[in-house]
Each structure stands twice: as structure tokens, then as C-alpha cells.
Design a protein around this ligand. Structure first.
Ligand code: SF4
Length: 449
């Protein structure tokens, strides 16, 4: 039962040792099928809804989270087995398989790693919600005692959680650097402070079960991230089992396919649709047009690396980013990086060359920074295997440009109605389309999206 919430518990580790045979990751597992089929309210109308192996269960966990997050018509009954305690053993095995596959296939800061870590947190929340209050309280106390081994639980222990914003200091009660979680400690420390109210009652109001559950979920998420990092470090020294590599490939395909289902890379401003399309230089706002011609005054590096790189890449690949709010990576839209290599980078390099002095002449390392801002880490060229090492930097707002690169902002009439150069570009492109001035040229490798 504990392993259902804490896959790192000794119970969970024993299960993985005894039953987590890597040769059977995709072997049909009748016990698992039986548990799924007998889970309360499980939808059995379609065989594809039923995971038939530990590997498939791992993929279903990921699918569940993306669907739950994006699908307006999400049906809990399609995944009811994930909230059935009887699946605990299979679940903990699939969790550890996911950790390994994600560690060897993706970067720690990649969308895939984040999705998995978030999914683990959400799964714990949903499982807790389904429990009876007394049970819930007991198991939370038990799991927390496994996670917090030190009696003097200093807030410094949580510094990574706080730094990563998984937890806020404001959520905690801290006394002399020590975090107070238990009722007894709270009453002993602060009992005398409450004259008109029972300290017990105040504990329920100030701390209560919510904080403990939040702490539990955050600690498991942090431990998952640390565990993936550890596997990643070790993976260069050991031979990877083919089943783990296969699972890694399947995770990549699953996430890409489901994300595409909820992402057509379109957004709307009023009646305008913002589509992927060939880059139209004539639609660039004054700040970007000026940058492409070359920056001669100060701010040259920021103008090319920060401002132009993000603008050109999103204008070409995903102009609807701010409207859709989706998290995407370049290869979701440009799977072979053909557009990135043939259209996006050339215009950035052209602008860099037009600067005075040419950017790469005295600062060749800025090539790496440009690739990094596209999400491919500090590398000379964008390669799929490096994607996710850094984030795809989103375009700077007009406000930021005016503040940091005021010499490049020369607003025209259309600028009055925009807060980001990307909106200017989409608006102007739409106008050009209506005026029949849009050019249909260059590479277009997005047909399979
Ligand atoms: S107002 Fe915005 S879009 Fe227009 S030139 Fe200035 S920064 Fe560029």
C-alpha cells in the first residue's frame, strides 16, 4: 500500500527486485490485465484501453497525464485502474521502468522528464483524494516518516523544492529553522501562544493535513527528479537493456503523438488564425527588420541572440505560442529540423554578419548561445539528441525590447496595437494575405504535422 504513493519505499524496491524482470517488460501479464479489468468503473469497451504489460502500463501513465491535462472530454473511466490500490505492484514497477527509460532517452530538463515528474505528483494527489479520511491520514504520516528521516527537519532540507517552486516557504510553519509538521510538536512549541483558542484547533487551521500532503507530493516529485539524474549519470557506465531503450522510443512517440492531438500549432487573435507558414520578411516589425539589416550600436549580442532568434523561430514555427499556452519544442513542428537549418538559422546568421563588427568575428561563442536559445543546448549545431538540454526561449515583449534595446524600437502605426513583435508579424501577415501580397516560397517540411 505504501508503495502505491511512495515508489521509493523499501516495499517498492523489494517489489522491483522480485518482479521487475527487464526481459519481461513487454510480455503479456495476465495478473495485470485481470486487475485492470476488475477495477471499479473501468471502461472495457475497447482493448486498447487495457495495458497488458508493465511497459504498456508505463506508457498509459504518461498518456493519462497528458489527456487529463488537455482533453476537455477526458474520461476517468478510461484509466480507472490507476486509482485501484490492487495495481500497486505493477504500478511501482512501471514507475521504475519510466525513470530508467526517461533518464537514458531524454535530458533532465526536457519536456518529457518534466511531464513524467508532474504526472507522478498528480497521480499521488488523485490517489489521496480517493481514500477514506482516516486511511488517508495514516498513510500520509507513514510515507512522510519514510521521506523525512531526520527528527530536526530543517527547512534547508527543502531548499531544492523551494528553489524549483514545487513548494513555497509560505506554506510551511518554521521555528528556529526547523519545520513543524506534527500536531504534538506544534502544540508543544506554540500551545502557550493561543489564549482564546485550543492549540489543537489552531494546528488544524494553520498546518492540517493539506500541508502534509503537499509536502509528501513535492518530496516524491523531487526524489523522482534526483533519481532520474542519478540513473543518467550511471547510464554511461552500464549497458542499457534493449527493453529500456524500446520503452524510451515508445515514450517519445506517445508524447509526440498525443501532444500533436491537442496541438495544431494554431492560435487565434479575434478572427485571425495564426498558422505555421513560410517566413515573410516583409511582415517583420520595425525592430526586427532593423536587426536583420545589422546592429551597429550597442546591444548587438542581445539583439541577435535573445531577440531575433526567438522571434524568427516562433514566427516561422509556432506564431500562436502566447495564445495556445502549449509547451512545444522545435522538433514537434520541424521533426527533421529542415526548416530550422534552411530558413531560421540562415536569417539569424545573415543578421549576425550584417552587424558591425560581424557578431561571430569577435564572439564566435555566440553561435552556441543561439543554438541554446532554440532548445538544443550549448552546441554548434541543432541536433535532435540535444533537444531539451535548454528551453526554447520565447519572444521578448515590446516592453522588454523598449527597456533593453530602445534603439531598435521604431514603432509604426501597427505597433500601437501590439504588445509583442510576434503579434505584429501575425497581424501584418494576415493583412498581406488579404491584399494578395503573401509569398509562397521556400522549404515547407511540416506536411506530416
Ligand atoms: S513597438 Fe514592439 S513591435 Fe513595434 S518596433 Fe517597438 S518593439 Fe518592435
Amino acid at each position: 500500500m505504501v508503495e502505491w504513493l511512495n515508489p521509493f519505499s523499501s516495499e517498492g524496491q523489494d517489489t522491483v527486485r522480485e518482479k521487475g524482470d527487464l526481459d519481461n517488460v513487454f510480455t503479456r501479464n495476465n495478473d495485470l490485465i485481470n486487475i485492470v479489468a476488475h477495477s471499479d468503473h473501468q471502461n472495457l469497451s475497447d482493448d486498447t484501453l487495457i495495458p497488458d504489460s508493465y511497459g504498456n502500463l508505463a506508457l498509459k501513465r504518461i498518456q493519462w497525464y497528458i489527456e487529463r491535462k488537455n482533453n476537455k472530454d477526458f474520461k476517468i473511466s478510461d484509466f480507472a485502474y490507476l486509482l485501484n490500490e490492487e495495481i500497486a505492484e505493477a504500478d511501482v514497477i512501471s514507475f521504475h521502468l519510466l525513470c530508467q527509460a526517461i533518464a537514458i532517452k531524454f535530458n533532465l530538463k526536457s519536456r518529457e522528464s518534466r511531464l513524467f515528474i508532474e504526472s507522478q505528483g498528480k497521480l499521488i494527489e488523485d490517489r489521496l483524494m480517493k481514500m477514506m479520511p482516516q486511511n488517508r491520514k495514516e498513510i500520509v504520516d507513514k510515507v512522510l516518516s519514510q521521506l523525512i528521516l531526520d527528527d530536526n527537519f530543517s527547512w534547508l532540507y527543502l531548499k531544492d523544492l523551494i528553489a524549483s517552486k514545487k513548494l513555497s516557504l509560505e506554506d510551511l510553519v518554521i521555528d528556529n529553522g526547523e519545520i513543524i509538521i506534527n500536531r504534538e510538536d506544534f502544540v508543544a512549541k506554540f500551545g502557550d501562544e493561543f489564549k482564546d483558542r485550543a492549540p489543537d484547533r489552531m494546528y488544524d487551521i494553520i498546518i492540517g493535513e493539506n500541508i502534509k500532503e503537499l509536502l509528501l507530493t513535492s518530496l516524491i516529485m523531487q526524489n523522482t527528479e534526483d533519481y532520474i539524474e542519478k540513473i543518467k549519470e550511471m547510464s554511461s557506465k552500464v549497458e542499457i537493456h534493449p527493453a529500456i531503450s524500446e520503452l524510451g522510443e515508445k515514450i517519445a512517440t506517445t508524447i509526440t503523438e498525443i501532444s500533436r492531438k491537442y496541438s495544431n500549432y494554431y492560435g487565434r487573435i479575434g478572427e485571425e488564425s495564426l498558422k505555421i507558414g513560410n517566413l515573410q520578411r516583409e511582415a517583420f516589425p520595425p525592430c526586427m527588420a532593423k536587426t536583420v539589416e545589422g546592429v551597429t550600436s550597442g546591444g548587438r549580442n542581445d539583439a541577435i541572440v535573445l531577440m531575433l532568434t526567438s522571434f524568427v523561430s516562433y514566427a516561422r514555427l509556432f506564431p500562436g505560442i502566447f495564445i495556445s499556452g502549449q509547451e512545444v519544442k522545435v522538433s514537434d513542428i520541424d521533426p527533421n529540423l529542415t526548416i530550422t537549418l534552411n530558413e531560421i538559422l540562415p536569417i539569424i546568421y545573415e543578421a549576425a554578419d550584417n552587424c558591425s563588427p560581424p557578431l561571430f568575428e569577435d564572439q564566435p561563442q555566440e553561435r552556441l548561445n543561439i543554438i541554446s536559445k532554440l532548445g538544443f543546448g550549448m552546441n554548434t549545431y541543432p541536433k535532435l539528441e540535444n533537444e531539451g538540454e535548454t528551453k526554447w526561449y520565447t519572444p521578448m515583449s515590446c516592453e522588454k525590447i523598449k527597456m533593453h534595446l530602445p534603439q531598435l524600437c521604431r514603432p509604426d502605426k501597427l505597433c500601437k496595437n501590439v504588445v509583442n513583435p510576434l503579434f505584429y508579424y501575425s497581424r501584418r501577415k494576415w493583412e498581406m494575405e488579404r491584399e494578395g501580397k503573401l509569398k509562397e516560397t521556400q522549404t515547407d517540411d511540416t506536411s506530416d504535422n
